[in-house]
Design a protein around this ligand. Structure first.
Ligand SMILES: Nc1nc2c(c(=O)[nH]1)N[C@H]1C(S)=C(S)[C@@H](COP(=O)(O)OP(=O)(O)OC[C@H]3O[C@@H](n4cnc5c(=O)[nH]c(N)nc54)[C@H](O)[C@@H]3O)O[C@H]1N2
Ligand SMILES: Nc1nc2c(c(=O)[nH]1)N[C@H]1C(S)=C(S)[C@@H](COP(=O)(O)OP(=O)(O)OC[C@H]3O[C@@H](n4cnc5c(=O)[nH]c(N)nc54)[C@H](O)[C@@H]3O)O[C@H]1N2
Ligand code: SF4
Ligand SMILES: [Mo]
Length: 700
């Protein structure tokens, strides 16, 4: 940290709000930010940023920010000292466990943790100190199907195929909108420009989405698809390709098992049947499959729309299978595996450790547990349902499940029945207002940034490190230290462990570039470094017990009858299908308190196809009432032919109603998760099936 001075200081740092890791140039005077600009020399983002980067300064100066430990007194909070807060937290956690059992304390870790390496390094010890198996995170409202596909096929949840978009000739995007979201499980800032580059070199980008998205517009080729029918499309593409000729497994051939089983599995998925399920014509499916297979280098990428739905895991499996049988797996321009400076896969290697999956099942509704976490879809019922293992206290760290988990208001009601709740957070919001104790977190500019997770998903190997710019308010400890001190209080240790920088130095030395990348070197140059394009390496990296790659794991084959039976699910009482969308000026549920981002018209609107609107007599801006099995919301209609008929789109992350968020609550918005249904999951992974929600629509 620099002392206040008249001379502006300059820092190069990557933005850690979303997965894109855009390079920023920040000028400041030690007291205030003077400017936040894109870094044209960043080897990954090459000058791209989005409107949220400039808001990084607002998170620090947000007048609604929690800056002291807060203890609930009656219906309000009073400030207490850090020492009193740690004592109270440890005492209450242990009291609940003493009265019941260790699992009586649940833990929920939210998305911002994935962007804070110091939290990632310290949270496992906290969870271990609490000693509960009732662990939850936002991952099961997001990407667990990707991990489950990787576990069963490649042996490690984080060994993740990444589309090598800078060298591909054919990119097939299913259920992702990276032009707005800036990419996920695929760190690729400046997506629009990267799409333009594919087209400029004679390649094609095709988007499959029930909404003609900003990405579809940029790509120029788009097919509407019926929500939740993507696995049908993928299986039919495999059917066409495997009927046309032998699979091209290339260098992976000696390692691959299960091609016969895959061939047998795709047999029922003819393009004609898939056309009925998806709404995409059989001819188009055949053509798409043949074009993909014929492209010199092709990559299929399936994301949120294809993961947070009832067939999420089948989609991710079939996506991998499509890339594999067309010879595009672990190959330039196809789906590749990163070699980042911190080797996340290596440091959590599962080699030689045979495991059975799912690791466990949940107590009340038998949902699967992967990666040591129960699906967030079962959180409410695990709080509500008596018996051994019932959750009676909850610790949240940077999470807002009331707004972000399916049927969030049920979770909210459940929270009110807890014996104790504590949150490490920056806001008193719809979730944390139910806590008995809130510990303040630190925000990006007060922390060291090093991205431990998203380099693992990046389309190019790069590395960057930047120290904190500003001190936390009120002499507060940095967030990682809060986690470490709470852990020490629980274990009775009289000191906390090594600093995140000390651990990072070791991890960098052990990583793929340990020869050339060191913490001291990064600190000295103060600039992100390019570590080069992705290289084929899967043969040495497979983490399966037998070192082989199974194209057709039994768990996935066993789920195919469910897909085959999924044809017509029309419900006359709820004839519309609701899907979600992301928006450029917000990130999940927590950036809406930046006046700079939230200003302007109400963007929490329901997108409706013109024919549907006309039939119901709904005009532009009219309030519409949307009802699902879980609830009802009313919001203004936006009429657009970007929506497929019968499908409605609503943005996620809105509906801040409670707490102390003055800017966020200025506009009347609603939460999509007042509608989503926690009984809808992908049964293979337990992931929430947000998309494809049956709803009714009426003028309000
Ligand atoms: N601006 C902004 N950026 C963000 C975020 C944010 O909140 N705001 N959140 C970040 C996070 S945490 C994540 S995980 C990523 C997610 O990044 P993306 O995966 O790109 O997520 P979305 O933008 O929600 O795009 C999902 C797409 O799936 C489509 N879809 C819905 N249902 C279906 C279906 O059944 N089939 C198909 N084929 N498509 C369907 C939707 O219409 C939508 O276009 O974004 C990250 N980036
Ligand atoms: N219907 C529907 N629901 C969805 C999605 C969808 O597309 N549709 N997307 C899902 C996805 S992909 C995700 S990742 C989840 C996200 O789900 P969550 O992780 O539960 O939600 P966030 O909105 O990221 O909330 C982050 C919380 O962390 C706090 N916070 C922000 N910054 C910091 C910080 O620096 N330190 C601390 N301690 N706290 C901080 C915020 O105040 C907020 O309480 O939502 C999921 N929910
Ligand atoms: S795209 Fe993501 S990483 Fe880049 S500036 Fe925006 S929020 Fe930050
Ligand atoms: Mo996410």
């Amino acid at each position: 940290m620099s002392a206040p001075s008249a001379q502006p200081h300059i820092q190069h740092r990557s933005c850690n709000i979303c997965e894109a890791m855009c390079g920023l140039i920040i000028t400041h005077d030690g007291q205030d930010v003077l400017s936040i600009r894109p870094d044209p020399d960043d080897p990954l983002s090459r000058g791209h940023i989005c409107p949220k980067a400039v808001a990084l300064q607002d998170f620090r100066t947000d007048p609604d920010r929690v800056t002291r430990p807060l203890l609930k007194r009656g219906t309000d909070f009073e400030e207490i000292s850090w020492e009193a807060a740690f004592d109270h937290a440890a005492e209450r956690i242990r009291a609940v466990q003493a009265a019941h059992d260790r699992d009586a304390v649940g833990v929920y870790l939210g998305n911002p943790n994935a962007h804070k390496f110091a939290n990632l390094l310290n949270l496992p010890a906290l969870v271990k100190a609490i000693g509960t198996s009732n662990r939850y995170s936002s991952a099961t409202a997001d990407q667990i199907p990707h991990h489950v596909a990787s576990i069963h096929m490649l042996g490690h949840p984080m060994l993740m195929p990444i589309p090598d978009i800078d060298r591909t000739d054919f990119l097939l995007i299913i259920g992702g909108n990276p032009v707005v979201s800036n990419g996920s499980m695929m760190t690729a800032p400046g997506y629009g420009r990267r799409i333009d580059a594919i087209k400029a070199r004679g390649g094609r980008v095709v988007v499959i989405d029930p909404r003609r998205t900003e990405t579809a517009e940029r790509a120029g080729e788009h097919h509407f698809i019926r929500p939740e029918s993507d696995a049908w499309l993928l299986m039919a593409m495999l059917y066409v390709i495997l009927s046309d000729g032998p699979a091209r497994l290339r260098h992976l051939e000696p390692l691959i098992d299960g091609l016969d089983r895959l061939n047998a599995a795709v047999a029922p998925f003819t393009p004609e049947r898939a056309a009925q399920a998806t709404g995409i014509g059989a001819h188009s499916i055949r053509q798409l499959a043949r074009d993909f297979a014929a492209a010199p280098r092709a990559a299929c990428y399936a994301r949120m729309g294809a993961s947070t739905q009832s067939f999420g895991t089948l989609c991710q499996w079939a996506t991998n299978a499509l890339n594999i049988v067309t010879g595009n797996f672990d190959r330039e321009g196809g789906a590749m595996f990163t070699t980042p400076a911190v080797d996340y896969v290596g440091m959590t290697s599962r080699r030689g450790k045979a495991r059975s999956y799912p690791e466990r099942r949940s107590r009340v509704s038998n949902q699967p547990l992967y990666n040591g976490e129960f699906p967030v879809s079962v959180l409410a019922e695990e709080i509500e349902t008596p018996g051994p293992g019932q959750i009676r206290a909850l610790v949240t760290v940077a999470g807002n499940p009331v707004l972000t988990a399916p049927n969030g208001r049920r979770i909210e009601r459940a929270l009110q029945g807890l014996d104790f709740m504590m949150s490490l957070d920056i806001h008193v919001n719809d979730t944390t207002r139910h806590a008995d104790l809130i510990l303040p977190g630190t925000v990006a500019l007060e922390e060291t940034v090093y991205d431990m997770v998203f380099h693992t998903f990046a389309v190019r190997n790069t590395v960057g490190y930047a120290p904190p710019i500003f001190a936390p308010p009120q002499d507060n400890p940095p967030e990682w230290e809060v986690i470490a001190r709470l852990t020490a209080k629980l274990t009775g240790a009289n000191q906390i462990g090594p600093t995140p920088d000390q651990v990072l130095a070791v991890l960098l030395a052990q990583g793929f570039h340990g020869e050339s990348v060191s913490l001291a070197g990064l600190q000295q140059t103060g600039r992100p470094l390019d570590l080069g394009a992705l290289v084929p390496n899967l043969a040495e990296r497979l983490e399966t017990p037998d070192g082989r790659l199974d194209l057709a794991p039994q768990a996935f084959l066993d789920d195919l009858p469910r897909l085959l039976a999924s044809g017509d699910r029309h419900d006359p009482a709820r004839p519309f299908t609701l899907i979600g969308r992301r928006q450029a000026r917000s990130h999940n549920s927590w950036t809406q308190n930046s006046p700079r981002l939230v200003k302007g018209r109400n963007r929490c609107t329901l997108e409706v196809n013109p024919a549907d609107a006309a039939r119901l007599g709904l005009g532009e801006g009219d309030p519409a009432r949307v009802t699902s099995a879980a609830g009802t919301v009313t919001l203004p209609v936006e009429i657009t032919d970007a929506m497929a008929p019968g499908v409605l789109s609503m943005p996620q992350g809105w509906g801040q109603k409670q707490g102390r968020l003055t800017a966020a609550t200025r506009t009347e918005t609603v939460s999509i998760n007042d509608l989503t249904d926690d009984s809808r999951t992908d049964p293979l992974s337990g992931n929430a099936a947000f998309n494809g929600l049956p709803v009714s629509l009426h003028p309000a």
